[in-house]
Write a protein of this length. Structure first.
Ligand SMILES: NC(=O)c1ccc[n+]([C@@H]2O[C@H](COP(=O)([O-])OP(=O)(O)OC[C@H]3O[C@@H](n4cnc5c(N)ncnc54)[C@H](OP(=O)(O)O)[C@@H]3O)[C@@H](O)[C@H]2O)c1
Length: 258
């Protein structure tokens, strides 16, 4: 919420979203209760979202929205299953929740034993991470999936690229499993697949508005209020340690005043 504004664009009491740009990069204050930022980073919060829901989405939810935007531009639910890697992570849970809400069948890749959680948020099928982590020299596997949201990169993305069927689309947003990608041109030139990258940090404001509008309405996961846990600022370091070890599921938000 705006407390004070030096521009005419915003006034005290406006509900706003500030995410990406330089915040959390070179500009500190992501966990602060008050922060002064340039007006160009600030977006009016759409109707249909509470401040808490925006925090639950966070950068992860917005990034999931960007990935979904890339997929729905080319794929319809009838085209087939969408595979989501890192499915219990922040981007993963939001991707599963959004895709299932809008009618896609979602196959979740996870390293955790959280099948009930994933089915509860909309996954139709769960695959153990290790089934997607192998390395082989075959340029392509059987084409099974219509598309994918890959949050992890590395060998898993390599295997997803090999397993997407004709004209499939893969949205690539993360590097948890690694920044390297070994692939061949064959899935691209024989199946016509697309590997689409995206960045939340410098997403243009016009596109941000469109995505947040969708996140506030048609894309809002049915169980969004079950996708987070709240921690105090004091407990945050130990939670960050668990996040970095890949143990946490869903989103973690910081308790205001905690
Ligand atoms: N492009 C952008 O603008 C943008 C924006 C936001 C985030 N990101 C990136 O997207 C990725 C995911 O972000 P997040 O917020 O979802 O992170 P997160 O909450 O930490 O979730 C990551 C998930 O990846 C899986 N994982 C953990 N270690 C792994 C490993 N060694 N190999 C394969 N999978 C592993 C785990 O899910 P399972 O146990 O279910 O497998 C984990 O929950 C990160 O790389 C992040 O930097 C990019």
């Amino acid at each position: 919420m705006v407390e004070e504004s030096a521009t005419n664009n915003f006034k005290k009491g406006d509900r706003v979203i500030v995410m990406g740009f330089d915040l959390g990069m070179n500009t500190w204050g992501g966990f602060g209760e008050y922060i002064r930022v340039p007006k160009d980073w600030v977006l009016k919060m759409p109707q249909g979202l509470t401040s808490k829901e925006v925090a639950i989405y966070g950068t992860a939810g917005f990034t999931a929205g960007q990935c979904v935007e890339k997929l729905v531009a080319s794929l319809k639910p009838k085209d087939g299953d969408i595979v989501v890697s890192g499915a219990t992570g922040g981007v993963g849970t939001m991707s599963v929740g959004i895709l299932s809400k809008i009618g896609y069948k979602v196959v979740a890749i996870t390293g955790k034993s959280e099948n009930d959680f994933l089915v509860g948020i909309g996954a139709s099928e769960i695959l153990e991470r290790k089934t997607f982590s192998g390395v082989d020299k075959t340029p392509m596997h059987k084409g099974v999936y219509a598309g994918a949201i890959d949050t992890v990169g590395g060998n898993i993305l390599e295997n997803i690229i090999k397993s997407v069927k004709m004209y499939g689309v893969i949205a690539c947003c993360g590097n948890v499993a690694g920044g390297n990608l070994n692939t061949t041109v064959y899935p691209f030139i024989l199946r016509g697949i697309s590997l689409v990258g995206l960045t939340s940090q410098s997403c243009p404001m016009d596109n941000r508005k469109i995505i947040w509008e969708k996140l506030s309405s048609v894309w809002k996961p049915k169980k969004i209020m079950e996708l987070y846990e709240e921690v105090s600022l004091e407990k945050l370091p130990e939670k960050i340690d668990l996040i970095l070890r890949g143990i946490v599921k869903g989103r973690v938000i910081v308790k205001i005043g905690g």
